[in-house]
Design a protein around this ligand. Structure first.
Ligand code: DGT
Ligand code: CA
Ligand code: CA
Ligand code: ZN
Length: 566
């Protein structure tokens, strides 16, 4: 489908905005994109119907811009835009959607206060940290908070929630329920990387809940005795009511997946039973058996308890019947984080702050993995920077119980070579290698690029292996089958990037990798100490891929990890 002129213009304008966000000093460059966007919008003929010559005849569009416009027409975006996007925090562009927040403001907030997301801005405004910046005052703080509220009320129509967003909606929606009387079900409970809507099963009386929902709802879609639906923080939330005695069957039904439910009903039928959200019914006209919890219902079907994360009809029921369910990794097994960025580059935590936070989390180690210098804009580390960091890490480690390991997130360049020389990488504890540029390469060259990087002895982990970003950037083209084979052959780990914007690898590929004995490395890609908490999303994703502690690299203790890497 051809893009409209307006859609193409939008991409160019977005580029201009991002250039201002990073503080581009060349104002002519910014204006050239803005002007071209405006001209395109005014153009009566769709660009897709123009030949090159007539496009070049449009004032303000030279040969370089014409090329970019052609690229947008073909791929929906263009290389410079994606490269720029790869170099800034994934959460930053959302700030531009706030009313009264332009690119210059985002630049200032980012540079002066380290604000990288709507959540950061909200926190800073509530803590009155914004008024400390020149040009901003008390009034501005209140304005930001109002814009954020409106932004959330609008929601992200049509797109699915990230896990972080879903956590916020769940917290608000369940704030009106009594502890111990409900369970969040649906895709949220199954741990899917994105969530469509929130489903909650509750034993509380419908009247009681319905009397309280208005305090948290933007809108009440319907309020009934079996089900109540509202919009909350711009998202749909469904409450399903049930008698305490049948909570088990309701929770099982509402958790899904649909495919899992269908398979389970089949097993019930074989036993002459009918399974639904109210319980198990004897088909020969007998009574209804009800279940207060899921475990007793599973047991009645001759099954062990199946964890929610694997209820997808991907072989788990057969394994359950055979008494051979996989043991899934738990948060408690995680001994460290294998992907973080510090203030040496675009992160917002010093090494000492990082080590202290790691200690609070009970970690044995954290891998410091700042960007390599080829990422220009985010001021990556060059050889001298890496050497300086080695000394600083040693100093912090003298007093820190949580050991900082020295690593890097080195760029995989277009030809598969790495952004830093081998002898330097050889001095590091662990090396994460990631693709950040040329994301629109075709499948074969992209795959070969990553295979080449994996063949390098110094590379231990491939970071965010498919490059996807929610909600807007799909995975790049890559032959994951070959990557997994090569990971196995070279002993390279594949990352489970736990950032809620990435969740990369996705769960079917985690499962493939695990089935072929490839190690998975869970890293948060944290840029501040708060984001270290995203580890929980990574653990959930690992569980969805059937990983046990033995499949996860950072379930190894420090000695075993370093032995693995050497
Ligand atoms: P989502 O919200 O798109 O991320 O995905 P889910 O899985 O939360 O789906 P949703 O909200 O449409 O439905 C919640 C659960 O209800 C679903 O996981 C299983 C159950 N369910 C929904 N529709 C059907 C159906 O047609 N048949 C069966 N057996 N179960 C269903
Ligand atoms: Ca749902
Ligand atoms: Ca639903
Ligand atoms: Zn990266």
């Amino acid at each position: 489908m051809a893009l409209s002129n307006r859609e193409i213009a939008e991409r160019l304008r977005f580029m201009a905005q991002l250039l201002e966000v990073i503080g581009e000093e060349d104002v002519f460059k910014v204006r050239a994109y803005e002007r071209a966007a405006k001209r395109l919008e005014e153009l009566p003929t769709p660009v897709s119907e123009l030949d090159e010559e007539s496009l070049l005849a449009v004032p303000g569009i030279g040969s370089k811009l014409a090329k970019k416009i052609a690229e947008i027409g073909e791929t929906g975006t263009f290389t410079e835009l994606e490269e720029l996007r790869a170099k800034i925090p994934a959460s930053l562009p959302e700030l531009l959607e706030l009313e009264g927040v332009g690119p210059k403001t985002v630049h200032t907030l980012w540079m002066k206060l380290g604000i990288q997301s709507v959540e950061d801005l909200e926190r800073a405004a509530r803590q009155h940290r914004i008024r400390a910046v020149k040009g901003f005052g008390e009034k501005k703080e209140a304005e930001f908070l109002r814009s954020i509220a409106r932004h959330r009320a609008r929601g992200t129509a049509g797109s699915r929630m990230t896990r972080d967003q879903a956590d916020a909606v769940v917290a608000r929606a369940t704030s009106i329920l009594t502890q111990g009387t409900f369970e969040v079900a649906g895709s949220y409970r199954r741990g899917k990387s994105t969530v469509g809507d929130i489903d909650i099963a509750t034993r509380e009386a419908p009247q009681a809940v319905n009397a309280r929902v208005r305090t948290i709802a933007d809108e009440i879609i319907m309020a009934g005795n079996e089900k109540t639906s509202i919009r909350c923080l711009g998202q749909q939330v469904d409450f399903r009511f049930t008698e305490p005695g049948s909570f088990g069957s309701m929770l099982l039904y509402l958790t899904g997946s649909k495919e899992f439910n269908i398979r389970l009903r089949g097993i019930a039928i074989e036993k002459g039973l009918k399974l639904n959200e109210y319980g198990l019914e004897e088909r020969a006209g007998g009574g209804l058996h009800t279940f207060p919890d899921e475990a007793s219902l599973f047991a009645s079907l001759g099954l062990p308890y199946i964890p929610a994360e694997i209820r997808e009809d991907r072989g788990e029921i057969q394994r359950a019947l055979a008494g051979d369910l996989p043991v899934l990794v738990e948060q408690a097994a995680i001994r460290g984080d294998l992907h973080v960025h510090t203030s040496a580059t675009d992160g917002r935590m010093t090494l000492a702050e990082l080590a202290a936070a790691g200690g609070r989390l009970g970690y044995e180690y954290i891998l410091v993995s700042d960007h390599s210098a080829t990422l220009g804009i985010t001021h990556g580390l060059d050889a001298d920077g890496v050497k300086a960091q080695a000394g600083e890490i040693e100093a912090v480690n003298r007093t820190s119980p949580c050991r900082l390991l020295h690593g890097i997130e080195v760029d995989i360049l277009a030809d598969g070579s790495l952004g830093l020389p081998d002898r330097l990488l050889g001095d590091l504890d662990l090396v994460v290698a990631s693709v950040h540029s040329g994301l629109h390469e075709e499948k074969d060259p992209m795959t070969r690029r990553i295979l080449t990087a994996m063949a390098n002895d110094h590379v231990d982990i491939i970071g965010h292996p498919t490059g996807r970003l929610f909600p807007s950037r799909p995975a790049y083209e890559v032959d994951m089958d070959r990557i997994i084979d090569a990971a196995r052959a070279t002993g390279t780990a594949l990352e489970i990037n736990a950032s809620p914007w990435r969740m990369d690898l996705d769960d079917p590929h985690v499962r493939e990798a695990r089935d072929r004995a490839v190690r998975l490395s869970i890293g948060t890609d944290a840029h501040d100490t708060g984001e270290l908490g995203h580890m929980r999303h990574g653990v959930t994703l690992a569980r969805r891929g059937w990983c046990g502690p033995g499949d996860v690299l950072n379930a190894l203790d420090r000695e075993a990890l370093l032995r693995w890497a050497s």
